[in-house]
Design a protein around this ligand. Structure first.
Ligand SMILES: [Zn+2]
Length: 351
């Protein structure tokens, strides 16, 4: 079969490799219909993925073969997968330990019963693909932020008369730093969860336009002054919640500066830094709440599948490039360099 494989930092290669086989009786082999190219696939450039690892942690497809201990799935079931099994990330092998990914024609899914999820007929292949990671990660980021702010809001509702007439999130200001796929999904999620005032920051015009389509007010990172803008909007106070989805120090630093005192910084950007850009003293003085971590996508699907079925948003519009596995090397280049107005690349197999 064809697969996109990791070779060395900044180099992937499309190769012909053997079709994976069932190794353990809890495995399923999935014939892949669509796989995704995600920002975190590029992190193999920074840290130690092994040569010839099949890339990709976003995929959906059809069950092709079932291990003897798997009772929940049968051949022919249409399934999606979260980006990890309960303990391992797809498309990452380090020191001989890990599993191959889904940028291929087939993938072996370990612990299939607790990993795969059947796809309702109403959900398209492309949207199912997005559910496995970016929709669920965006939702997780937004929900974490709102959950952490909840005690302050219930306090206001209890003691401030004018708050009792309002919807829960009428007055809060949420800012999303980064309008890539996860940022766009966190905008949609925050709106679905009831947020009315949402602003989004990026430096790429077409991404800001997509953010506007999803319901955020766009602010240009460079042409505008995001910190000043948010101060103006909030009468000098700052954002109640900042959703940081980029995963680098400058994004985290900006997020901290945008935040009001006692605000919530919810971060899901995959960050390889060893240091915070703000000091413990700054964090203490600002009284912030910081929440971060990798999304438990399998669990969040219980919320994001109904969100998709509600048809409130056309999530697929973030997919700017449908390509073939054989175009893998070109696809990585377009995606990494953000050429050709690229937001999200998916690989379609002809099944
Ligand atoms: Zn991903």
């Amino acid at each position: 079969m064809q697969a996109i494989t990791f070779q060395q930092p900044f180099k992937v290669l499309v190769k012909t490799v053997p079709i994976p086989k069932i190794i353990q009786d809890t495995d399923v082999i999935v014939k892949i219909c669509v796989s995704g190219l995600c920002g975190s696939d590029l992190h193999g450039n920074d840290v130690g993925n092994e040569k010839d690892t099949i890339m990709g942690h976003e995929f959906m497809g059809i069950v092709n073969e079932v291990g003897s201990k798997v009772n929940d799935f049968k051949v022919g079931d249409r399934v999606l997968s979260p980006f990890t099994t309960c303990c391992q990330l797809f498309g990452w092998i380090e020191n001989g330990y890990g599993i191959h990914g889904g940028q291929a024609e087939y993938v072996r899914v370990p612990l299939a019963s607790s990993t795969l999820v059947k796809i309702p007929d109403e959900i398209s292949d492309n949207t199912a693909l997005l559910l496995g990671d970016v929709i669920s990660t965006g939702y997780f980021c937004a929900e974490n932020g709102l959950n952490e702010l909840a005690p302050q809001l219930s306090y206001l509702k209890q003691y401030k008369l004018d708050y009792q007439k309002k919807d829960e999130y009428d007055d809060i200001v949420v800012v999303v730093v980064g309008c890539g796929p996860v940022g766009l999904m966190s905008i949609a999620s925050a709106i679905c969860l009831g947020v009315k005032n949402i602003f989004s920051i990026d430096s790429i015009q077409e991404r800001l336009e997509l953010a506007k389509d999803f319901g955020a007010t766009p602010i240009h990172l460079i042409e505008d002054d995001p910190i000043e803008r948010i101060k103006e909007i909030t009468n000098g106070r700052g954002a109640d919640i900042v959703l940081e989805v980029v995963g680098n120090s400058s994004a985290l630093d900006l997020s901290f500066k945008l935040l009001r005192r006692a605000g919530v910084l919810s971060s899901v950007g995959l960050n390889n830094s060893n240091m915070f850009p703000f000091s413990p003293k700054d964090g203490y003085n600002k009284n912030i709440k910081y929440i971060s971590g990798r999304c438990p996508a399998r669990q969040i699907l219980a919320k994001t599948i109904p969100l998709v079925l509600s048809k409130k948003f056309n999530f697929e519009k973030i997919i700017t490039h449908e390509m073939k596995l054989s175009d893998g090397e070109k696809a990585y280049e377009i995606f990494e360099k953000k050429l050709d107005k690229c937001v999200k690349v998916v690989f379609k197999n002809n099944n």
